[in-house]
Design a protein around this ligand. Sequence first.
Ligand SMILES: [Zn+2]
Length: 80
Amino acid sequence: MVVRMRHTRAHTANRRSHHALKAQGLSTCECGAARLSHRACASCGRYKGRVVVDHASKAAAKAAKREKVKKKEGSKSESR
Ligand SMILES: [Zn+2]
């Protein structure tokens, strides 16, 4: 850094006056979990009282996929 580019402490502080972090807008879902406002609930998948993300079927699909991968790996190890 060249002396020409040096800012005064006041200049630096003025710039940094906008750097504070804001708290997230948390609200409680009807299921009781904390939820970000304007976002679907992460635990029940509801937004404005309506289920928009089907967590149950998603979890089931994920489990089924995991089973499939396990079976594949199992057959691989059997052929060795
Ligand atoms: Zn919820």
